[in-house]
Ligand binder design. Structure first.
Ligand SMILES: [Fe+2]
Length: 312
């Protein structure tokens, strides 16, 4: 066995927030990294095994059909943390998408620009096996088991690429505004609109099921959460409304609770049409004045867009 297991309390394997390898990469400014597979500890693989095992029945019941097909295509091992290399072997021939290992937070523009190039920034650490349910940071279970199966679908993959194009064109359009205060204000508004669209679709999207009045999940935040996946489909406390672009881009959200409001698309072709409208609205200036509220746009995200606009 080549895995190493550090003594308790010391950076153990590749556990989220406790991985020495990741701390070192961040300290040295390395955002794009390799996946040092041998560093996963027995506990890390066990955490994956338990996360994957308990989701199986819920995915069959509540996930949309394309997710289940994607999961089968990727041939993820239920017992071991996946190797990104293996995932890419199955995914890249289908849609050109590849998972790309990152050491941590990717500023918004860079994140969207990776999508434009059909690369998916992927966290390689895995949550502590003691706290399977709640994790504020993304981890490899969220990124690979929650997001990546959808990336085998052509319309879904094209939707992600359109986000990247929207980001690039927005950065260029807004860089042309002379007044600095106005440039920052509008850029902040566009990023907020894009973040809300991403949240209510890619992260927390619902789709109509085959039977009328039924729903299936396709958002990765739902598909990687044991509790919320059932709650989002069955709870009477959740409002499920047809996707409306003007509503979505003006709607605040909170990240640390089950979502009380979810938007429903008909299909991935429908989702692709809506992201196309988002791009049109961006060009028409209709994302420049969205409602205040969450998410707050951080300095690093704003700077990443403004710099990209200047450089273009
Ligand atoms: Fe995510």
């Amino acid at each position: 066995m080549t895995t190493t297991s550090a003594p308790a309390g010391i950076a153990a394997g590749l556990t989220t927030t406790r991985a020495a390898f990741i701390e070192d990469a961040r300290e040295h400014g390395r955002l794009y990294i390799d996946q040092p597979y041998d560093l996963y500890s027995a506990e890390n693989h066990d955490a994956w095994h338990r996360l994957y095992g308990r989701m199986h029945d819920r995915w069959q019941r509540y996930a949309n059909a394309r997710f289940l097909e994607g999961l089968a295509t990727l041939q993820l091992d239920p017992d071991r943390v996946p190797r990104l290399e293996d995932v890419n072997k199955f995914m890249a021939p289908l849609t050109g998408f590849r998972a790309k290992a990152v050491s941590g937070y990717v500023p918004a523009y860079l994140f969207f620009d990776c999508l434009r190039q059909r690369e998916f920034p992927t966290t390689i650490t895995i949550r502590d096996g003691e706290v399977l349910d709640y994790l504020p940071e993304p981890d490899i279970f969220h990124d690979i088991a929650g997001h990546v199966p959808m990336h085998t679908d052509l319309a879904f993959a094209d939707t992600l690429v359109a986000f990247g194009e929207c980001a690039r064109e927005a950065a260029v359009r807004i860089a042309a505004i002379d007044d600095e205060h106005e440039r920052v204000r509008r850029m902040t508004s566009v990023i907020k609109a894009m973040a809300r669209f991403f949240w209510f679709t890619i992260e927390f999207g619902l789709m109509k099921g085959d039977d009328p009045d039924t729903f299936k999940a396709y958002g990765s935040g739902l598909l990687s959460s044991y509790g919320e996946l059932e709650h989002c489909i069955t709870s009477p406390e959740v409002q499920r409304v047809p996707f409306q672009l003007e509503w979505v881009i003006n709607q605040s959200f909170e990240i640390d609770r089950y979502q009380p409001l979810l938007f429903v698309v008909d299909s991935f072709d429908h989702l692709f049409v809506e992201v196309g409208r988002l791009v049109e609205w961006m060009h028409a200036g209709r994302l420049d004045n969205v409602a205040a509220g969450e998410p707050a746009i951080g300095e690093a995200d704003l700077a990443s867009f403004l710099e990209a606009g200047r450089a273009a």
